[in-house]
Design a binder for this molecule. Structure first.
Ligand code: F0G
Length: 460
């Protein structure tokens, strides 16, 4: 029997879920325009759309909710949050925001002049959008290994340092606004970045006078992989690893809805640059709120302060990432192609490989996601050409290097029995993939089309 980490918690409260009939799922999908984003949550049995804000808070976090200090200025919970940021990251300045993109909209315009580049291993969608809204340009320079799903590399989220150096030399250091390292690299499959890579990125950036930031949404999961996979870190605590990772950066933006294990929240963290902090603090007021709440209520900040500490607990991370791996292994055993090694927050299924008969502009990963929903009521999310959109100039559909179906596991929510249902469903779909048909638009929004597009299966 496989060794599986048991949950390091017991369950105090439950939320019933149930599966509607296949006929009802068919009706729901049709009504939703073959877009899983448009389903109602009670039409979904196991919801793997995202790990963002979908985690279960602990009794300790819920107790924190009751000690919310809702003062407009100087809330106790803000002090608790900024003390926690100091303790965990060793950063002097904390600005709460309503979520990750709130942090991005406050910080990026300070860091970017018109036309300047932001370099990342891979920008998340909203991160790219906020670079562009700040009139900057987003460039992704992740290592090539991340695009080969079957090839093992312990740190597929690494920034390609050679390419970065060449890019800086070509464009000139003055034209680079900042480097932002996404940990873990969500778009590459929740893949980690090594400490060595973070350290060398920081060294390279320093040489050119460029600032380094972290997109810290899944910082704790990244630290876990460093402990498991990088020489010299096996005996360090997650907390020590986190401190070292962040010592190489100037600041971070964080969606706290992931490793902060809260349903809503974000943070701008700044190591010690008072001038940068002062600028960000003035911008947060009109955009998010007074600097000691930044769009969050006192109780939210308290839950987050507590969540940040729970999120770096080794036993929790071992169970959490073990569960994602458990699902990945089940799929691998059934010869379903996935991004390997399995990442921190999700299993990414290579739909391009599984459905080679469906061209990229008929969205194979969306087709696979819909088939999985019909089969077992499980909702995943497409990360491929539907998400990528069109070339702004030629209006042609862009071809994503990978067509992935992301099965994203919420934190502390589902058990491995649920993972078995997911695997079984996908295995059943695998046996009939050649019957699946591509999709075409009946309505295509101009921006961020994947959220609200309506589609229909193509008839031959
Ligand atoms: N950065 C990364 C790496 C993210 O994954 C996300 C959100 C954000 C920034 C934005 O944060 O949603 O709090 O405003 N990712 C979610 C996902 C939505 O499903 O992967 P936000």
């Amino acid at each position: 029997m496989k060794k599986v980490k048991p949950e390091p918690f017991k369950i105090k409260m439950v939320e019933p879920i149930s599966k509607i009939s296949r006929k009802k799922r068919e009706e729901a999908l049709k009504r939703a325009g073959y877009n899983l984003f448009s389903l109602n949550s009670d039409e979904v049995y196991i919801d793997l759309l995202t790990d963002s804000g979908t985690g279960a808070m602990s009794d300790n976090q819920w107790a924190g909710i009751m000690s919310g200090d809702e003062s407009y200025a100087g809330s106790n919970n803000f002090h608790n949050l900024s003390n926690t940021v100091k303790e965990v990251f060793d950063y002097d300045y904390t600005i709460p925001t309503h979520q990750g993109r709130g942090a991005e909209q406050v910080l990026f315009p300070i860091l970017l002049d018109e036309g300047q580049f932001a370099i990342s291993n891979m920008h998340f969608d909203t991160t790219k959008a906020h670079v562009e809204l700040s009139k900057g340009r987003a460039v992704n320079l992740v290592i090539d290994e991340s695009r080969d799903t079957s090839k093992y590399h312990p740190f597929k989220g690494n920034l390609d340092l050679e390419k970065t150096k060449e890019f800086i030399n070509e464009k000139g250091a003055d034209n680079i606004g900042f480097i932002i390292i996404t940990i873990t690299c969500n778009s590459a499959g929740g893949q980690p970045v090594s400490m060595k890579n973070i350290k060398e990125t920081s060294k390279l950036a320093k040489k050119y006078g460029i600032k380094v930031f972290m997109d810290a949404a899944r910082f704790a999961e990244n630290a876990y992989f460093i402990k498991q996979r990088e020489d010299g870190y096996e005996n360090k605590t997650i907390k020590e690893i986190v401190k070292e990772m962040f010592s190489y950066a100037e600041g971070f933006t964080m969606s706290a809805k992931k490793d902060g294990i809260v349903n809503m929240g974000g943070i701008i963290g700044i190591k010690n640059n008072k001038e940068l902090y002062t600028k960000a603090r003035s911008r947060v007021v009109p955009l998010e709120g007074f600097p000691t709440y930044g769009g969050l209520s006192g109780r939210d900040m308290e839950a987050l302060a507590r969540g940040l500490k729970e999120g770096i607990d080794f036993d929790y991370l071992d169970y959490r990432i073990g569960q994602v791996k458990y699902l990945g292994e089940k799929l691998k055993e059934a010869e379903i192609p996935i991004q390997e090694p399995v990442g921190g927050h999700a299993v990414f299924v290579n739909a391009g490989k599984m459905l080679p008969h469906i061209p990229y502009d008929q969205f194979p990963a969306q087709v696979l996601g819909n088939a999985l929903y019909l089969e077992s009521g499980v909702r995943g999310v497409e990360v491929g050409s539907l998400l990528l959109g069109r070339d702004p100039e030629t209006k042609e559909n862009l071809k994503s290097p990978l067509e992935l179906l992301r099965l994203t596991i919420p934190r502390r929510v589902y058990t491995n029995n649920h993972m078995d249902v997911v695997a079984k469903g996908l295995i059943k779909v695998k046996d009939k993939v050649d019957q699946l048909k591509g999709l075409e638009f009946t309505y295509e929004p101009e921006v961020l089309r994947h959220f609200t597009a309506r589609l229909k299966p193509i008839k031959e």
